[in-house]
Write a protein that binds this ligand. Structure first.
Ligand code: AHR
Length: 502
């Protein structure tokens, strides 16, 4: 059977300009993300800084716009001073979050140098677990103050004459989680976030500051946490963070696909809570959403993959091997985030390499693209412009946890500067093709410039060292435009990208 889906997209009905920061990623001192991931001195492709050239090249192809660092749970026990200055004088420390030994051979300045080489904006986080406002003050002075003071001169002495000028900062990480080093109540955390934000802005007025939301939607304090935190720090912060990890524990594709729709609820719920805090103050200010951790993660979400005995250095942790169905869910989540461009202003795909990452490496060996690499790369490549408010007419399928879920998930983006249009479309039927038609109102003279599909009959197919391109995009030759009507055929269980140009 062939399903039908019809969409209306009008160039004048715009959700919001898409903030390119939604194509962010995350690098944590965790497992082999830093050591053996982006940094591996002695690797055949390593440069003079010890950065792996193969990982850097794949990162550029992936196209993240911003990268969060240094954690994650690692952050809440981290002393930034350990990771700067001459490498032979840096202390070796226990990392309690991941039961690992941290050598501190990679730290703030190495990370900034890597970001500049990769052409990615850095997003930093301050430790509000074991530490607080005083250390955040010192760290901002080190990173962003031009010179003539203790910490800015220390940065210069460390070989960085110019300030790093880091704009985007997270105020702690998952402070509601009992697993977090020095977790806090919402009121405690909200007050610390407020005072920390205040003094950080006194040093760098133009910062973008994100407070910690709940570490997941399933937390018992969910929503109440966000309300109480924002009630403390509403005036001082710009964003509230959200974390989402999709799971397929029961190996049920319908439920797994339906998980993506939870994102829509999550976004709407946190928007409502943030706006309730604004309403209490009769404030026109709107707090924006930063999905600063999201991905599929469940196979290695178990104790043996999270901590290993003996305090190893850069152990193999959270090394999730992704299959084709994971790529579909990741592609679906990207669509939902883009469709909420009016409130979701940043998102970090967690993480970049080896640790629940789209890039995988062998220490001393090659690097390759996991299945989930492909939707992320395509979204970043084609996601430029204004997100259009689509009217979608599609069939649905039933799920136990999510009710009736639409087969088609789609977004349309119009770039007013170039006239280009990008359409991303996920067909969630596992059995049926779908005839998609999009009425592009007010958008004439377009032709299909590129059309690709990520499809496989085998949802469990993976990419590996020996078969790195087993799951990869192929051309979709069915797409065409006549007048302002775009049509294409979408294969069952497929994620599709169409780039239309004049
Ligand atoms: O991304 C892996 C971990 O997941 C992060 O360190 C933490 O913030 C979250 O629980």
């Amino acid at each position: 059977m062939t399903l039908k889906a019809t969409v209306v997209a009008d160039r004048d009905f715009v959700v919001a300009p898409l903030d390119r920061r939604v194509f962010g990623t995350f690098v944590e001192h965790l497992g082999r993300c830093v050591y053996g991931g982006i940094y591996e001195p002695g690797h055949p492709t390593a440069d003079e800084h010890g950065f792996r050239g193969d990982v850097l090249a794949l990162t550029k192809e992936l196209g993240p716009t911003i990268v969060r660092y240094p954690g994650g749970n690692f952050l809440s026990g981290y002393d930034w001073e350990d990771g700067v200055g001459p490498k032979d004088q840096r202390p070796v420390r226990l990392d309690l979050a991941w039961a690992s030994t941290e050598t501190n051979q990679f730290g703030t300045n190495e990370f900034i140098t890597w970001c500049r080489k990769a052409d990615i904006e850095p997003m930093f986080a301050v430790n509000l677990g074991t530490r607080g406002p005083a250390e955040a003050r010192d760290f901002i002075e080190y990173c962003n103050h031009p010179g003539g003071t203790k910490f800015s001169d220390l940065r210069k002495a460390h070989g960085h004459e110019e300030p790093h000028d880091i704009k985007f900062w997270c105020l702690g990480n998952e402070m509601d989680g009992p697993w977090q080093t020095c977790a806090k109540t919402a009121k405690e955390y909200g007050a610390v976030a407020r005072e920390t934000a205040k003094i950080m802005r006194w040093i760098s007025p133009d910062l973008v500051l994100a407070a910690c939301g709940s570490s997941q939607r399933a937390m018992p304090t969910y929503a109440k946490w966000e309300y109480e935190v924002l009630d403390e720090c509403f005036e001082q912060v710009d964003m509230i963070s959200l974390h989402a990890y999709f799971r397929n524990d029961d190996d049920d594709i319908a439920e797994f696909f339906g998980e993506v729709d939870n994102l829509e609820f999550y976004i709407k719920e946190i928007t409502a809570v943030a706006d309730a805090v604004a309403a209490k103050r009769r404030s026109k200010k709107r707090i924006m959403l930063s999905f600063d951790e999201w991905n599929v993660w469940y196979r290695t979400h178990h104790p043996q993959f999270i901590k290993k005995p003996g305090w190893p250095q850069a152990p193999e942790l959270l090394e999730e091997i992704y299959n084709f169905e994971d790529a579909l869910v990741v592609g679906g989540a990207l669509i939902v985030m883009m469709n909420n461009a009016d409130r979701v202003k940043a998102a970090c795909f967690a993480q970049l390499v080896n640790v629940i990452g789209p890039i995988f490496t062998e220490t001393g060996g090659p690097a390759w693209r996991q299945t989930i690499f492909h939707p992320i790369a395509a979204a970043s490549r084609f996601g430029h412009g204004e997100v259009l408010r689509l009217k979608v007419d599609t069939t649905t399928f039933d799920t136990k946890a999510h009710g009736a879920v639409p087969h088609l998930l789609a977004t349309g983006i119009h770039n007013p500067e170039t006239g280009e249009v990008a359409i991303f479309a996920l067909n969630r039927s596992t059995t049926d093709d779908m005839d998609l038609s999009v009425d592009l109102r007010g958008l004439t003279g377009l032709k299909v410039a590129e059309a690709s599909e990520l499809h496989d009959a085998d949802r469990k197919k993976i990419n590996s060292k020996d078969d790195p391109d087993a799951v990869s995009p192929k051309p979709n030759d069915s797409a065409g435009v006549e007048g302002s009507l775009f049509t294409a055929r979408l294969k069952p269980q497929s994620w599709n990208v169409f780039s239309l140009k004049r």
